[in-house]
Design a protein around this ligand. Structure first.
Ligand code: BMA
Length: 398
């Protein structure tokens, strides 16, 4: 299918048709074709969110009017050919700047392990989170939580949700796991002792049945109860106020499909979804269609839409960054208003064919030149072009 040219589709955008029009006409043109406006009164679901967390919410909403941030999982911990080397980042070494968003993972924190399921040391992880935050980056956290009933991994989909809800046989054990999260979260403070805001994305890809909290392994009601209990416990019982909560599904067919187990507007700040499917096929119309639906759902609710995970393993397509990812984001004048896109980790650890696991290039990799083109696109923001995300909007630079 031929693509729409985004510079024309988006009135008032760089190079857009509206640019040639004089003042008033320009204003009218912007007005008539602009995407659904973001509800100005929106804010975090936590009424006691810290000033920095409220600022992060507002700045994410503001930034996505014109830009999309780029993120990478485990960026500072290891890369394609290195582990734990201070200052290193495959993203920076290839594109010249750190990512704007840093994804981190908590799996095995619940077991009191010193390292997560991918071998990342939790103490060092906290240092990397602080380092990224100090540079102005945005932190997002996933949790491939072990199965609380069997003790197996997150992929052990023996029924568990019913057992950990209040009244269930494993409820206290589960609450103990949330307590460990709370201790971990309380360690995240900046140089002045203020809590570092995070986007927390537990129980992710919930539409799929590969995790114990997903799909056929629980009812929608059980998922919603689990979600609401988690928010209430962390926010109201543990008093954590540095968190934006991100719901996320895997690929979805429609808004109704996406919202099937949605916990509700009072319980979610970020509407995310993970897509490793459409992005494997350049020009797949399902990709901009999903982004459009996601942004519309978020705009209607005053929430923040984000492509919370994506990527092409090994990035064998030399033009994937601009030809598939960027083209797909730009293909829809509404869908382009996601706040960020995060690609998965560069971990070669547990894959027999390691090159299949790289999600960002290293210098010299097949897609490296195109990754630089992606980074230079005016829509895309890496860390060096971020505004001050933790100051009230308009308050200046970081
Ligand atoms: C998955 C894979 C696994 C990893 C897990 C948690 O998508 O990358 O190797 O253990 O995420 O990070």
């Amino acid at each position: 299918m031929p693509r729409r040219d985004i510079t024309r589709a988006r009135a008032g955008g760089p190079g857009g048709r509206a640019r040639a029009l004089p003042g008033l006409l320009l204003l009218l043109a912007c007005h008539s074709t602009a995407p659904t406006p973001v509800r100005p009164a929106s804010g975090p679901i936590d009424p006691r969110a810290t000033a920095e967390t409220r600022a992060l919410f507002a700045n994410l909403q503001r930034l996505r009017r014109d830009h999309v941030m780029f993120g990478h999982q485990d960026d500072l911990a290891y890369g394609a050919f290195w582990t734990e080397q201070s200052g290193r980042s495959d993203v920076k070494e290839t594109a010249g700047a750190y990512p704007a968003v840093y994804g981190w993972e908590l799996g095995r924190l619940e077991l009191d392990s010193t390292r997560n399921l991918d071998g990342v040391d939790f103490r060092k992880q906290q240092q990397w989170i602080k380092e990224g935050h100090r540079r102005g980056g945005v932190i997002t956290v996933s949790w491939h939580m072990s199965n609380p009933v069997t003790g197996g991994t997150a992929w052990d989909h023996s029924p568990a949700v019913g057992a950990i809800l209040p009244g269930g046989a494993q409820h206290q054990k589960f609450v103990g796991w949330l307590d460990r999260f709370a201790r971990w979260d309380q360690g995240l403070v900046d140089g002045q002792g203020r809590p570092i805001p995070i986007v927390f994305r537990p129980y992710h890809e919930t539409s799929g049945s590969w995790f114990w909290w997903g799909g056929k392994n629980r009812t929608s009601e059980q998922y919603q109860q689990l979600w609401r209990f988690t928010v209430e416990y962390l926010r109201d019982r543990k008093g954590l106020h540095n968190i934006l909560y991100s719901y996320s599904t895997d690929v979805f067919d429609s808004a109704a499909d996406y919202l099937k187990q949605y916990p509700g507007d009072r319980w979610v700040d970020v509407l995310g979804y993970d897509d490793y499917h459409a992005v494997a096929h350049p020009g797949d119309p399902a990709f901009p269609r999903r982004l459009r639906e996601l942004v519309q759902m978020a705009d209607e609710r005053g929430k923040i839409p984000a492509l919370t995970e994506t990527g092409l393993a090994g990035v064998p397509d030399p033009n994937w960054w601009t030809g598939t990812l960027l083209a797909g984001i730009k293909a829809d004048s509404i869908g382009r208003h996601i706040a960020w896109v995060l690609v998965w980790r560069n971990g070669p650890d547990n894959d027999p064919s390691p090159d299949k696991k790289w999600y960002v290039p290293y210098p010299g990799q097949a897609s490296a030149a195109d990754f630089v083109r992606f980074r230079n696109d005016p829509l895309i923001v890496f860390e060096d072009r971020l505004p001050g995300m933790y100051l009230p909007p308009g308050a200046g630079t970081r």
